[in-house]
Structures are given as C-alpha cells and as structure tokens.
Write a protein that binds this ligand. Structure first.
Ligand code: NAD
Length: 353
C-alpha cells in the first residue's frame, strides 16, 4: 500500500526518537512491499523559534495531506514560561482540535524482561496487557470555567453530551473486540450527574457489542485495582480527567516512561501517534533516549491508520525480542551495567523485525 506520514519531530529528544521510528517504518515498507512517504514539518518550540507559532499553517497543511501523524515531543526550558503568549503545547492542542481527535489510546504492557524496573512485585505484573481509551476533547478540561485573578472563587465544569460519550465508547468496544473482549468503564456515577450520563450511555452502546463483557468500576476503586490486580484489565474506558490520571498511574507498570506509546484517533482512520513521554531536556542530544515508546507508536499507526495488523504485530514482537535478547537503553538498564544508545537499541529492534 501507499501512505503518506507526516513526521513532527518537535523538541528535545523528539528528533532522536522519531528518526528511529521512521527507520523501523522504512524497514516495514521494504519487507512487506509498501511505499511510505515521510513529510517532516516543524512543531513546538522549534516552530516558535522559526515562525513565532508552535503549529504554523504549513505544518497543518502537511498533516492534512497525510494518512497519519508521527510526533516526537514538544517543549523545553527555553519555552517554559507559562505566561508566554505562545507556548509549545498549544500546537498539540490545536492539532487535536483541528482533526477532532477525541479518543486517546494508551496500551500498557509489562514486559517480563523489565519486571525488576516496576515498583510492583513481579508476580502482580504477570500478564499485564491493558489498553486505556481516554476521552480527549470533552469533560472538565473543556467545560465552562471561571477564575477571577486572585479572587476567592474559581470553578471548572465536567460536562458531557451523549454523542461525545457514544463515539468514544464505540472506539473502546471495537478495540475490545480485537482483544480479550472485556471492557471496564470507569466513572463516578454514585456522585456525579455527568458520570451517570456516562454510565447509561455506555450501557446503551454496549447493546451493539454484546460479545464484549462490560463492567463498571468507580474511579477511586479503579486506582486501587490497577495496583492490586492490574492483569485483570483488558480495555479501560475513561473520561478526559480520569483517563489522564489513571493512565499515568498505570504507566509505572511498564518500568519506564520511555516504553509507552499512544494514539489519538477521530471518527475516521486518521490519527496522531506519539510516545507518552515529554521532550526529556535532561538527556537530549546524548543518545540516551529510549525510542521504544515512539517505535510502538509507529506500530499503532500501522494498525489503526493503515489497517496493517500483521505489520503492527511484527514491530511489537521485534521490540519484545530485542528486550528478551538483553538490549537496554539507560532508563531500563540495571544500575552500573553498560547500556545501548538510542540508535543501537533501534538496531536491535530492526534485527528482530
Ligand atoms: P519528560 O517525560 O520529558 O521527562 C521525565 C523524565 O523521564 C526525565 O528524567 C527524562 O529524562 C525521562 N524520560 C522521558 N522520556 C524518556 C525516554 N524516551 N527515554 C529515557 N528517559 C526518558 O517530562 P518533563 O521533564 O516533565 O517535561 C519535559 C518537557 O517536555 C516539558 O517542557 C514538558 O512540557 C514537555 N512535555 C511534552 C509532552 C508532549 O510533547 N506530549 C508531554 C509531557 C511533557
């Protein structure tokens, strides 16, 4: 197949990790007989420096002409003043809004080879393989809010509509159908009206996905179960804020921030794929970045935007084999042991592809 991929390397370690993921995609193309074109565009701090805009119109145009976007990370100390009129993360929010990317998917897997890096006992990590589906463009982060300078009153509003919950629930149920067919919907229906709407909408959508087993779990209990029985979860569906918090909690199960990918999807196949970590300015330019989160994001791109499931699984298996063979970047290497550079680790993945 032919596909165009917009590559937005961004700042800090962004260019180091995206270049490795592109190399992996190039090898997928040559092994499986596809033709991928990579169009690079500026985004984040680097775009502010060059154009005074974190996401210039030309970058949006490059993305519009692509089948999917592969992003590194944006931001860094140079652009960290929260009162600055132009900030790197604004570009990311603009892209999500522009393409209506309302569902954020974050798979979390605990690799046996890395069990010693996670804070839980190894036996609790056995079989951990879950997928968070977080609502990304609604809820309390986007509801009516008020803040009056240093006044004594401020509020944010959790607001959901039935169509907003329906569309993200459909994404989650479809994902569950391709996995172990279990879905946990996270809410706070005992206290919040918006969460009662959430629950009854999920129950209604479930009628079209009867082959998936559905459970409802309150968010506070879910936070606990993620640590006490993480292997019991398959797909977790959560609102914008609950999904934000719980998916970060669950990320510790993988052993390092550098391990985890994400996909942001809309109603079609177009999507934005990026590792969950930031631009890691403390290690930028040193060849220490773990490229796994970005390489696994490229696998999600193959799966969700290009429909290439076999190729996606091949990349995921190559990462697992590289880890089993002992390849380690600094963040996942035992203390005092020598470790691979970003490029050497990616070479180990390529060797297993
Ligand atoms: P961070 O994720 O960049 O780094 C946190 C810690 O994890 C650092 O010690 C870093 O070295 C390490 N780390 C992160 N990714 C790694 C990788 N691939 N391999 C090895 N180690 C890795 O978070 P931060 O330090 O809070 O933020 C740094 C900058 O990134 C800030 O400007 C922040 O706004 C931005 N940020 C951007 C995004 C994004 O682009 N989506 C997300 C989070 C933070």
């Amino acid at each position: 197949m032919r596909a165009i991929i917009a590559v937005l390397p961004g700042d800090g370690i962004g260019p180091e990790v995206t270049s490795q993921a592109v190399t992996v995609l190039q090898q997928v193309a040559s092994r499986f007989g596809h033709e991928f074109t990579f169009n690079e565009a500026p985004m984040g701090g680097i775009a502010i420096d060059r154009f005074g805009d974190s996401c210039p119109p030309e970058t949006i145009r490059v993305c519009e002409q692509a089948n999917a976007i592969l992003l590194g990370a944006v931001g860094g100390p140079k652009w960290s003043d929260p009162t600055a009129p132009v900030r790197p993360e604004q570009g990311l929010l603009r892209i999500r809004k522009h393409f209506e990317l309302f569902a954020n998917l974050r798979p979390v897997k605990a690799y046996p080879a890395l069990a010693q890096h996670a804070p839980l006992r190894p036996e609790l990590l056995q079989g951990v393989d879950m997928l968070f589906v977080r609502e990304l463009t609604g809820g309390i982060y986007f509801g009516p809010q008020q803040e009056q300078g240093d006044g004594d009153r401020a509020y944010d509003t959790e607001l959901y509509t039935v169509p907003e919950v329906e569309r993200v629930a459909q994404v989650a149920f479809r994902a569950a159908q391709g996995r172990r067919k279990m879905m946990t919907s996270v809410d706070k229906a005992n206290v919040m009206a918006s969460m009662r709407l959430w629950r009854r909408t999920v129950v209604k959508v479930h009628e079209d996905y009867a082959d998936v087993q559905l459970e409802h779990v309150l968010v506070d209990a879910c936070a606990m179960y993620l640590m006490t029985r993480p292997a019991s979860f398959d797909v977790l569906l959560a609102s914008n804020m609950f999904g934000d918090i719980l998916s970060d909690e669950a990320s510790v199960l993988a052993g390092s921030l550098g391990m985890l990918p994400s996909a942001s999807l809309g109603s079609g196949t177009f999507g934005l794929y990026e590792p969950i970590h930031g631009s890691a300015p403390d290690i930028a330019g040193q060849g220490k970045a773990n490229p796994t989160g970005t390489i696994l994001s490229a696998a999600l791109l193959l799966r969700y935007s290009l429909g290439l499931e076999t190729e996606a699984q091949a990349v995921e298996a190559a990462v697992e084999k590289a880890l089993e063979s002992g390849a380690r970047t600094a963040d996942i290497a035992p203390r005092g042991r020598t470790y691979s550079s970003t490029t050497e680790f990616a070479q180990a993945v390529l060797a297993n592809l």
